[in-house]
Design a protein around this ligand. Structure first.
Ligand code: ADP
Ligand code: MG
Length: 613
């Protein structure tokens, strides 16, 4: 269908129809319609939208609706095939050109491209730098160019790619072709850099909200990380999840621990050879394993829409990273969980790395960022409000319903008296001992060392023996995080008092900590909490069917239908084409390609159910 670009009244109506017919969606996500319109109006556009916001649709819909071809610049060759498969499953005419293609395949794609038979051509930035390819483009009717992951052009961004700098010639070489740039990276500095480097011409700028309403944020004290991780993964058996760990070793150990416990998990870090890395990512993409345990090297290439949780086993170094990493959960819009295990011991490890930064300003900045991250984890403020505040956004609701604080799972308790006990123990032992020993003193441990040092004779010995050592460690973590006590650097860090400690000791300052409520209330059915009820047995069956179809076609399962779409099928039991088309995510092409086996499976399931009842 080629409607051409026009600005008359019918257009809004028209885009809505294409949205339903081709993509199978009933309504646009926030900002999508406005961006689509700008592109149809042949304006440059610059779009900052969070992961999962639905950026692809913003250029795919116009690519389908406008005459000519949309060139998509995309940084990851490994991802291009999946992107093209996804577009093709939706019924778009799409292909890619990159170094992974054989010469013969490349020639065929170039022929289709020049013959005007493609809605979308995905290319890598390297390809765009080749004169030979520019010559080909000279024979192509380019509708517009879409630049995905546009922050890669900025040296301020975290994924800078020198190849992206080539793209600054785009508007000079093809002055008549509009450019739409997309990124999920939030800072204003990066934004300005991108617009300047690409030479966008009075672009239509959209900064979407960074709120991810379907994500549930939760922070718990890190005690025994391995056990906590295992329990969480078991509680989410069969769901896709990413576990982030800081070091390659802990990635390997965690993946091995999970595998040992019978969970399908694979590691991912920069120390693995590229083939293993690609194979592990692929297995995850294809739902062949449930869990990837990864360092931050596992990032941009994840377009998998049904990641149901992201668990941070260690403290991220700043809120930006935490946000980007948790952002990989729940792209399909269904509820997803973000769990952070917070332990004070992670802070000095990060500080150690920040100490290596040579530029003093930059180091200060990094330290401030780390403090903000620690605050996020330890302060009794809605997590969502805190995250959005970091991006300069004010979250309007007083209760987000989608974090442990707002859901009432944690409470703020006055721990001033307990803090005084600890601080007093530190003072009375001469500020010469580490965490373990101080905890032993307060908890009244009967150890050789305590007796030797005569610490069983001091006044605070055993004042806290009615509580577990774990509690005292937790409290010390909090005091450190709140700067109420300090810890020396080095191999044997000792605890020392600082001015705020004295304020607490003299009763001039209170200490509050966050604690998991004993009888945590049931989560309200808020935005980020529960998927609407669906038939789980049917969902499992449909998911199995999806996996088999995907394997046969060598494409990732989510390219066929998202989890969200399968949930809706398992709720509404569509068995006719018309019923199928009413399901969100089922457009005409997908109905034709995949509708039949799914309708059959649903009909069969219904019959089995009827007979059994
Ligand atoms: P981004 O690139 O912004 O991270 P994607 O383009 O990958 O996000 O889209 C994320 C998910 O949202 C995909 O599964 C996509 O099919 C879905 N999606 C996009 N637009 C809509 C919409 N209007 N209604 C429902 N789902 C949508
Ligand atoms: Mg994307």
């Amino acid at each position: 269908m080629q409607t051409g670009a026009s600005t008359d009244q019918g257009v809004a109506h028209e885009t809505g129809r294409v949205l339903k017919q081709v993509f199978g969606f009933d309504s646009f996500r926030p900002n999508q319609e406005e961006i689509v319109q700008a592109i149809l109006d042949q304006r440059d556009a610059f779009v900052v939208m969070p992961t999962g916001g639905g950026k692809s649709l913003c250029y795919q819909l116009p690519a389908h609706a406008m005459p000519g071809t949309c060139m998509v610049i995309s940084p990851l060759i490994s991802l291009m095939k999946d992107q093209v498969d996804a577009a093709a499953a939706t019924g778009l005419r799409a292909a890619y050109l990159n170094s992974a293609l054989k010469a013969k395949e490349r020639v065929a794609v170039q022929r289709d491209l020049m013959a005007g038979e493609l809605d979308l051509i995905y290319v890598s930035p390297e390809r765009f730098a080749m004169e030979e390819f520019i010559d080909v483009l000279g024979h192509v009717d380019l509708a517009f160019t879409a630049i995905d992951e546009a922050h890669c052009i900025s040296e301020w961004g975290h994924d800078f790619r020198p190849d992206y700098l080539n793209l600054s010639t785009l508007t000079k070489r093809f002055p008549d072709v509009p450019v739409a740039a997309f990124t999920a990276t939030a800072t204003h500095r990066v934004q300005e850099d991108i617009v300047t480097r690409l030479g966008l011409r009075r672009p239509h700028v959209v900064r979407a909200s960074f709120n991810r309403p379907n994500l549930f944020y939760k922070v718990v004290p890190k005690q025994k990380a391995m056990q906590q991780i295992l329990r969480f993964v078991k509680d989410h058996a069969g769901e896709s999840g990413i576990i982030y760990r800081t070091t390659r070793n802990s990635v390997e150990e965690t993946a091995a621990m999970l595998a040992e416990a019978g969970i399908k998990a694979l590691p991912y870090h920069a120390g693995l050879d590229p083939e293993t890395r690609a194979a592990n990512q692929d297995a995850f993409n294809r739902d062949e394993v449930d869990v990837v345990v990864a360092t931050i090297a596992f990032g941009m290439g994840i377009d998998k829409s049904n990641v149901r949780y992201v668990l941070h086993g260690d403290l991220p170094k700043n809120i930006e990273s935490y946000y980007q990493e948790t952002g990989r959960a729940g792209r399909d819009g269904d509820p997803a969980q973000c769990l952070l295990l917070f332990g004070y011991a992670d802070i000095p490890k990060i500080r150690y790395f920040l100490d290596q930064i040579l530029d003093a300003d930059e180091q200060q900045h990094a330290l401030r960022c780390l403090n903000e991250m620690v605050n996020f984890a330890t302060v009794h403020v809605c997590r969502r409000t805190a995250l959005l505040k970091y991006f300069g956004e004010t979250y309007p609701e007083s209760n987000c319903g989608g974090c442990d604080v707002c859901a009432g799972e944690v409470e703020r308790v006055d721990a001033t008296r307990d803090a005084q006990m600890i601080l007093s123990a530190i003072a009375r032992t001469g500020e010469r001992f580490g965490m373990m020993h101080v905890v032993d003193v307060v908890a009244g441990a009967d150890t050789e060392r305590i007796r030797q040092l005569g610490h069983d004779q001091i006044k605070t010995y055993g004042v806290g023996k009615d509580r577990e050592k774990r509690y005292w460690r937790f409290l010390l973590d909090n005091l450190l995080a709140q700067g109420v006590v300090e810890q020396t650097e080095g191999k044997y860090p000792v605890l020392q008092l600082c001015p705020p400690s004295r304020e607490v000791l003299f009763g001039e300052r209170q200490v509050h900590v966050l604690r998991t409520r004993k009888s945590a209330p049931k989560r309200k059915a808020g935005a980020a909490t529960a998927v609407e009820a669906y038939d789980e047995a049917l969902f499992d069956e449909l998911r199995g069917l999806r996996r088999r179809l995907a394997a046969a076609r060598r494409i990732p399962p989510y390219v066929i239908f998202s989890d969200r779409t399968l949930h809706e099928m398992a709720r509404k039991f569509p068995v006719t084409g018309a019923q199928m088309l009413r399901i969100s995510g089922v457009g005409e092409a997908k109905l034709e390609k995949y509708g039949k086996p799914f309708m059959e499976a649903i009909a069969e399931f219904r019959e089995g159910r009827g007979a059994g009842a």
